[in-house]
Write a protein that binds this ligand. Sequence first.
Ligand code: S3P
Length: 449
Amino acid sequence: MTTLVVHPASGPLTGSVPVPSDKSIGHRSLLLGALCEGDTRITGFSHGEDNVSTANCLRAMGIGIEEPAPTELVVHGKGLRGLQASAKDLDCGNSGTTMRLLCGVLAAAHFRSTLVGDETLQRRPMMRVAAPLRLRGAVIEGRKHPTKQDILAPLVIGPLPEGRTLSALEYESPVASAQVKSAILLSGLYAEGVTRVREPSVSRDHTERMLQALGVPLRAVGPVVEIDPSGWDRRMPAFEMAIPGDVSAAAFVLVAANLVEGSRVTARDVGVNPTRTGLLEIARDMGAGLSIEPQGERGGEPVAELHASCAPLRAILVGGETVPRAIDEIPIACALAARASGTTRIRDAEELRHKESDRIATMATVLRAFGIACEEQPDGLDVTGRHDALDACEVQSKGDHRIAMTAAVLALVARGPCRIRDAACIATSYPKFVATLRALGARVDVETD
Ligand code: S3P
């Protein structure tokens, strides 16, 4: 068990830091690299455990992935039909994206695959991908959920009988989820006929951008995405991808600077795809010191340098279409709310209950441990900010990296050292988080028992 002991900041946080490569783009680069023909080169890869899970699953299915330099990978793609049955279960670790995107690719396979994950992942709902894929003929079975109409991993997928292909699909997704949308689109690469998916509002669009760049006949109009494969030769060329920094990771250092008086922090080379920048808008609406300096495009994604500083914060209402664009940042948005004047109300965020932990319940527990008044709602939280030092406390991450990092940020403005238990999970998305906080001037000790 790893525990972080985070000391109250004794002065401003200052510095300019890189952030880890975007986890969502990392998964897609690996997966699409495997399905392309030839050698795909990925640069700026930072080895978060979730991305490594995707790489290892692909290796288990016969894809060669080399590492010529510490942040560079070469994926030896074998084409759409190049994956082979794995001799062992495909271990997705803690990564929902690995499991759900693989479901889309393996739905059309003429071999059987078993997808497993860690304890947390095996509690997460999987019917959301199984249901649309079954509608187009895929064979997917899972463990029955003990109380709900859902299935859980381990998932067994395929084989699709020889001679059968996936059918066309028109699907209205009940949730704005890029994992569901991407699984459907990836299965559409193999299907006969058109794939059309509509979301309640737009979720991250990295899959769409990458497929279009690879020549797949994909059209996106607002929340509707369509692939019409007629006339397409079902081949994708190998590519080069320089992965931008992850705005979802940058959020923790930026908000740390927003909270600690006198701070000035820059996060460099951060992807600012508009489907991902909900937190930046939330922070600005709350009055946070934040400026965005555009730096052009990288890997088909807009990139910017983000500058954060400390300024008085005010409570706001967070809801509607902002939520899917800030879905991973709602915990750290709660840290802003904890220091804002008034009560911040977060709504339309029921999806948070299905993340690495039930983030509504876990965040409420963490906030209360720091002495912050908060009320759980079915689809969000009400958080009342305070301006004096927060209570020193010990909290549990529940194995959820974003909860652990949010707690570490809150601890910087507490009245004494705070202990964040079960913090090893931070490595799933931000292996250098502690080193980065220290580089900015924070004092963090790591204990292992
Ligand atoms: C992701 C999509 C989001 C997000 C996750 C990464 C992706 O999940 O929470 O961290 O890379 O597609 P949902 O699609 O389930 O909202």
